[in-house]
Design a protein around this ligand. Sequence first.
Ligand code: RIB
Length: 309
Amino acid sequence: MRGRLLVVGALNVDLVVAATALPRPGETVVGSDLQRHGGGKGGNSAVAALRAGADVRYVGAVGEDEFGSSSLKELQADGIDVTDVIVKKGRATGAAFIVVDPAGENQIAVAAGANAAITADDVRAAIERADGWPGCVLVSTEISVPAVVAAVQESIAKGWRCVLNPAPVVPGIVDLLRLGPIVTPNRGELQDVYRLLGHGDETSVEAMAAAVAGHTGAAVVVTLGAEGVLVCDELGSTTKIAAGKARQVVDTTGAGDTFNGVFAAELAAGQGIETAARRGVAAATLSVEGAGARTSMPTVAAIEALLAM
Ligand code: RIB
């Protein structure tokens, strides 16, 4: 069954410099030619989900500029429904400034632009239009906080499965956690969520994930980069899913977004958390083999080939 996924999140244009090292504070590093790629955690996850076999509707915003029109054309070319992307007058499309080192690690600064202008009403209207359609909603937090809050509240009120990728962690999401979204932080974000919930000193990833799951009453899935993911069920019991080895690591930008997109697409198709996470990890492994966030996001066939190895 094809999953039907509604993605609420940010769309950016990524301006990327491949350099010999990431700059330290105050340092200038010089790379070669500027690369330009489609980006934003929402846009990236949407593309990953589509390539992994889901039907995808996108809720977001762009500015009235060339970055905006090219971002929309790229999503449409991949087959994503962008009816619910609003063009915000007087705002620039989101842009990310990214340095990538030879090991594929990155540093990113984002100019949020139109992503910060998405309102709760924009999201509520889009969710009403999608009524009865999605099997799952994926929300990431690079957009305005009221938009994130509306997306999680409305989705859960409608009884839809909801995945909240807290990237970045913002204090405004704390009250949403008790509504029971499936939360998908990376290791650093897990520490931030744990502290936000009033816990003291950091402890193991397993214990922090269990504490967060105890609060949400839902699964917590922690992305651990090349190590894979830790799945913690709603009762606090944990399972580690190891990542395969990428043939080459060119650029890790968007690996987490790929995981989230494929994970949510699989949940939308009715899969269980562990199966969905396993496919998400395989997709994320393949996604680091090319430049830019989206270039090497895999198809269903590529994900299945890796899982069969
Ligand atoms: O997760 C990677 C993404 O973060 C990039 O595409 C960039 O746009 C930022 O949003």
